[in-house]
Design a protein around this ligand. Structure first.
Ligand code: PLP
Length: 424
């Protein structure tokens, strides 16, 4: 509460922005996942890895738009691509050469993609991947994992199903190969798909164990169930995503976030035979219409980004930097004897306020949520923006070593200032 009061006092303009929006948006907000109390920061401008808010504070952006912001703010190559498109126009109501170019870049990169469809978000990509599996197999149900997030439409919770999952679901425990194998076997003849994040992203950067993923691959193949990797976030973790890193090829993959150069984007695809139904030359093709599926700004920015900026070499370098940063932050926590650690892989990191191994969302839930919230406010006050509540960070290309040093220093301040709470 004290930290929130401090925050509120320092952000009068953000408060005004929030209050003005209350009359038209429920809670003054339209991004549930990154809302925080008493009101979120209203950002005014971004450049490189720096954000300025409406009150004039400067923050280093370690949230990186939850992985979509890999290029940082106003990357010159992305900007040039968008500007060139501005000169050529938009809303053509037809096709351009660019959709094939972006699709070819994606297929060249991600091992499971022989054919791909473009859409507008990770949520859409997962929804269409799941529906593709249901149509192709003629089966009704989908197995997902408690604590995985697949977008606004498809969140598998251990409790009630969300409002709008219009099909039967089976919910399994993440990284528990034995229990999941039993559930797959028990429901095999009803299961169209198994959908999994190969590392849980926003839910705390919890990597799937390779043996667990191998079991999913083996069991789904045996039963004719479509295995879907939701790589909306994790596709950045190697030149070919986590599927390439593990050498495990799913049947379908969902993508999103940075693949549109930081503009609204999504894609889903896989083996040609599974995607064949979308070929519009057939008598009865599968319907996947969408006015903005080939939005020219997304295409131009996505092609420039994947083709020129987030090259395979850049992906390896960014993830190596992430591993080094995680090691450094964890060393600080250990040295301080604090109940705090950083999980993740490569350029995706998440703080957890607890000791011991974190293999599942249940392990993560044992962390001290209040302490982690305190970390968010304390880091923000020291000029570092991370994901509110969840302690999530996604590195962007323009972050410098100085920026990493600044996060390290801010963490050390936190460890010192909150010693009594962290070292119990
Ligand atoms: N899948 C995963 C793993 C995600 O992290 C997200 C977004 O955070 C989504 C899907 C949904 O993507 P979008 O927000 O573009 O709809």
């Amino acid at each position: 509460e004290e930290a929130q009061a401090l925050y509120a006092a320092a952000h009068p303009q953000s408060r005004r922005v929030h209050e003005a929006a209350l009359s038209s948006l429920p809670g003054g907000n339209t991004r549930t996942g990154i809302f925080f109390d008493p009101f979120p920061v209203a950002w005014a401008r971004g450049e490189g890895a720096t954000l300025w808010d409406e009150d004039g504070h400067r923050r280093i952006d370690f949230l990186g738009e939850a992985t979509a912001g890999i290029y940082g703010h106003s990357h010159p190559v992305i900007r040039a691509a968008i500007e060139a498109q501005l000169d050529r126009g938009w809303n053509f109501g037809g096709h351009t050469a660019m959709e094939g170019e972006l699709a070819a870049l994606l297929c060249a990169r991600f091992p499971s993609l022989e054919r791909v469809r473009l859409c507008n978000s990770g949520s859409e990509a997962n929804t269409f991947a799941v529906q593709t599996a249901r149509v192709v197999t003629g089966r009704p149900a989908v197995l997902g994992f408690a604590g995985c997030y697949h977008g606004g439409f498809l969140t598998f919770t251990a409790r009630d199903n969300p409002l709008n999952v219009p099909f039967e679901t089976v919910v399994a425990p993440y990284n528990d190969a034995e229990a999941t194998r039993r559930l797959i076997d028990a429901h095999a003849d009803r299961l169209a798909a198994v959908i999994v994040e190969p590392m849980i992203g926003g839910g705390g950067c919890i990597p799937a164990e390779r043996d667990f993923l191998l079991m999913l691959r083996e069991r789904t193949a045996q039963h004719g169930i479509v295995l879907i990797f939701d790589e909306v976030m994790t596709s950045r973790l190697s030149p070919g995503g986590l599927q390439a890193r593990h050498g495990i090829t799913p049947d379908l993959t969902a993508l999103g976030k940075y693949i549109g150069g930081g503009l609204t984007a999504g894609a889903f695809g896989g083996r040609a035979e599974l995607m064949q139904g979308f070929d519009p030359r057939q008598a009865v093709p599968l319907q996947h219409s969408g006015t903005y599926n080939n939005n020219v700004f997304t295409l131009a920015a996505g092609i420039a980004g994947l083709g020129q900026v987030y090259t395979p070499e850049a992906a390896l370098a960014l993830n190596a930097r992430g591993d080094a940063l995680r090691g450094r932050l964890n060393a600080r926590c250990r040295e301080a004897g604090a109940a705090l650690q950083v999980t993740g892989l490569g350029s995706m990191l998440a703080f957890h306020a607890r000791r011991g191994e974190i293999r599942s969302p249940a392990d993560a839930a044992e962390g001290d949520a209040t302490l982690r919230a305190l970390l968010f406010y304390d880091l923000l006050e020291r000029g570092i923006y991370t994901m509110p509540k969840r302690g999530f960070m996604a590195l962007s290309l323009p972050l410098t070593e100085d920026d990493h040093d600044a996060l390290d220093a801010a963490l050390q301040d936190f460890l010192q200032a909150r010693r009594s709470l962290l070292c119990r």
